[in-house]
Design a protein around this ligand. Structure first.
Ligand SMILES: *[C@@H]1O[C@H](CO)[C@@H](O)[C@H](O)[C@H]1NC(C)=O
Ligand SMILES: *[C@@H]1O[C@H](CO)[C@@H](O)[C@H](O)[C@H]1NC(C)=O
Ligand SMILES: *[C@@H]1O[C@H](CO)[C@@H](O)[C@H](O)[C@H]1NC(C)=O
Length: 187
């Protein structure tokens, strides 16, 4: 074998190792997650009182944040969970129209666009995160929230619950698991 082909082989092998490593350590960029949090916060509104009977049955599984998957490293699980929550929300946004006007949510449509753009960027730009397990853990929650959103008379309540819970996930992970995000400034 010529020295040059040995070199090529070595390069190929290392490239693959590099790809594997980046796959397994893929982290969400802190600045973008922060921006997502701020955009969502700026949509405003809270869960109206009259929603109580409808939303009483929906419980975001808060405990999975800390003891979701003990066999996975904490940061890996945190990344998966944040990604899974945003991806789940993305699917809801894809399938349902946010109700506006009377009986709807009072979100400013420009703010909503800004939020959806940044959420979309986070989800689409990080396919390296295999969040099968986090999605499974969040599935009962999304199924309940979607059931509310799917019905006209409870849709606004459902959207506000979704916003409140997503905000909580982003806020508590940014606060308590800051080290789990990619804090390298983009070039
Ligand atoms: C963190 O972000 C930088 C800059 O965008 C990127 O080059 C790097 O691969 C990222 N690291 C991880 C572990 O995702
Ligand atoms: C989903 O709704 C069912 C039936 O109302 C309830 O028993 C369950 O606790 C809810 N689960 C979540 C995660 O909200
Ligand atoms: C993603 O993770 C699940 C559960 O750990 C595993 O079964 C599946 O094969 C993985 N998929 C990919 C594409 O790596």
């Amino acid at each position: 074998m010529k020295p040059s082909s040995v070199l090529l082989l070595l390069q190929l092998c290392c490239l693959q190792v590099a790809v594997l490593v980046s796959r397994s350590t893929c982290r969400l960029p802190e600045t973008l997650v922060q921006e997502t949090h701020h955009r969502l916060r700026d949509l405003g509104g809270s869960i109206p009182n009259h929603c109580k009977t409808q939303t009483d049955q929906i419980h975001f599984p808060e405990s999975i944040l800390s003891h979701g998957a003990r066999r996975l490293p904490q940061c890996r699980w945190t990344s998966m969970l944040v990604y899974g929550a945003l991806q789940g929300a993305q699917l809801v946004f894809d399938d349902y129209v946010v109700p506006e006007g009377e009986g709807g949510v009072s979100w400013d449509s420009q703010n909503l666009d800004l939020y959806q753009n940044v959420q979309y960027r986070l989800v689409e730009d990080h396919p390296c995160l295999n969040n099968t397990e986090a999605s499974a853990a969040l599935a009962p929650y999304f199924s309940n929230v979607t059931a509310l959103i799917a019905q006209q008379d409870s849709a606004a309540c459902g959207w506000q619950v979704l916003r409140t819970d997503l905000l909580w996930v982003l806020k508590s992970t940014l606060h308590n698991r800051r080290e789990c995000f990619n804090r390298t400034k983009a070039q």
